[in-house]
Ligand binder design. Sequence first.
Ligand code: ADE
Ligand code: ZN
Length: 325
Amino acid sequence: EVTREFTRNLPKAELHVHIEGTLEPELKLKLAKKNNIEIGQKTIAEVEESLKYDDLASFLAVYYPAMNVLIEEDDFYELAMAYLKKAAQNNVRHAEIFFDPQAHTSRGIAFSTVITGLLRATVDARALNIDACLIMCFLRDLSRESARQTLLEALPYKDKFVGVGLDSDEHNNPPLKFFNQFCTAQEHGLHVTAHADVDQVNSLAHIRELLEVIGVERIDHGTNIVEDPDLVDFAAKNKIGLTSCPLSNDFIAADMKGKEVLELLEKGVKISIHSDDPAYFGGYIGDNYYALAQKYDLTKEQVVALAKNSFEASWISQKQKAFYL
Ligand code: ADE
Ligand code: ZN
């Protein structure tokens, strides 16, 4: 039987967590007060009351304004350190953490402030036995020009993050909009992943673009791939990682997508379980494993296979992988 302790204690790699999505109500209030930011909420209960959404757009409408409290380098450090402590309690050994620079630079916060604060936390995470690194995401609802500027600004720091991703509102924002940025990132030796959120308009077409044209190594969410057996076959053969987030899916699509996860696991796809925005969707990585295991009656072997996939799909070296597999 799969218990909460079993899912929490299992060694895991976290490959799909947005650092801004780990902003807990308590820290939000503390930073709002320190930085003198009016957020329209004064108590934890009032912040929790604001957490109402049932699809991607309504979630993002709550999510981005909350980030206004992040101003100083220390704020980014504190945010990331708080997350990394939670990750350590969940026996996360390796974390590849998304950050959204445009959500901050668009408010006048310097790119260097964001990345320096986050990076300092990843260094201090070694004391927690976590090997952590960063993935820079482009906001797909902003312009190509904004993504181009962001990549230009980021390239001097290219040894400070391991890859690029693509997130935010997928509607009318296909992956190919950012073809040039993905190419440039790859030319600079960066890894590439991108979101294909669950049950979006044109999900399958977006997944096809990511695999056939852009050549991503992972797809974040991406479970709509089950609609095309040839693409499933391609993903299995080429060890494409799919990072599924059950609690997030339950908010955004009213479905944890456990059936799809099990089918893909069965077909040999490197699918694994992650937390997306844990402060918004009701739980960290262990909670996501446990919720899925409970709802779909997973065996211990299935849970272990998902956790092993998280290391296989990670961007650690083959030698490090051998340690965990
Ligand atoms: N940003 C944070 N979480 C996200 C998600 N699930 N999809 C797209 N963008 C996001
Ligand atoms: Zn995500």
